[in-house]
Write a protein that binds this ligand. Structure first.
Ligand code: CA
Length: 230
């Protein structure tokens, strides 16, 4: 399964580099261009799954390119997140009017950018295939009952699979043991809360084989959180 590709179009080298790193860390495959002409050329090679587009660019502006892409049947399905240094409401309205899928004002946190990207991908059906749940390089296939990291298939029990499925559909949120028991094991069964810890520990051990034990994080005094961000 190929990674989700995100094209970043930003003329400021430092910001472009930072965006590339954030996207890589979140498990995406970033491509980047400094202006529209170069970005347009990249589209003919390979369609990205999403474009993060700076509003102000030399030559053709980001907002103008977004308008063109959204009119072009070959490209209009590609979701676009516009970035702007200006926080004016007018810009936001204009950005969304021309068909941008979301709008983010600089400066923004890496977490916010990644959350917006995921939300847009989810809305456009790119994050969830019919039976596949993809987060970064993690793939959970509910039909084949398979969990993999990139090319590697993980050896998880049915319970750990369900736990992972719940985590992957609720990223970045904290759940206590009772909530996890209800959601993953169901209310009808009586199981001690420490069972959750046992399964989380096993899951982490499996993830640790790929250096990814930090995906399931302990929130002291509360419970657990699944996150691709540290
Ligand atoms: Ca710029």
């Amino acid at each position: 399964m190929a990674k989700i590709t995100i094209l970043v179009v930003e003329d400021e080298i430092a910001i472009r580099g930072m965006l590339t790193i954030i996207l890589e860390q979140a498990g995406f495959l970033p491509l980047s261009a400094g202006e529209v002409d170069a970005a347009q050329k990249m589209l003919s090679d390979n369609l990205p799954d999403l474009i993060v587009l700076d509003w102000m660019l030399p030559g053709i502006s980001g907002v103008e390119w977004a308008r063109r892409l959204k009119k072009d049947p070959s490209y209009r399905e590609i979701p676009i997140i516009l970035l702007t240094a200006r926080g004016e409401e007018e810009d936001k309205v204009r950005g969304l009017e021309i068909g941008a899928d979301d709008y983010l004002t600089k400066p923004f946190s890496p977490k916010e950018l990644v959350a917006r990207i995921r939300a847009v991908l989810r809305r456009s059906g790119k994050l969830f295939g019919p039976s596949q749940l993809i987060l970064g390089d993690l793939i959970l296939d509910t039909e084949q009952h398979r969990l993999s990291i990139g090319e590697h298939q993980l050896d998880v029990s049915p319970t750990e699979f369900r736990l992972m499925q719940f985590f992957m559909t609720h990223p970045d949120k904290v759940f206590n043991r009772t909530q996890l028991l209800d959601q993953v094991w169901g209310r009808s069964v009586y199981i001690e809360e420490r069972t959750v810890d046992v399964h989380v520990r096993r899951l982490r051990k499996i993830l640790a084989e790929y250096g990814r034990e930090d995906l399931v994080q302990t929130v002291r005094g509360f419970g657990y959180r699944f996150s691709l961000l540290n």
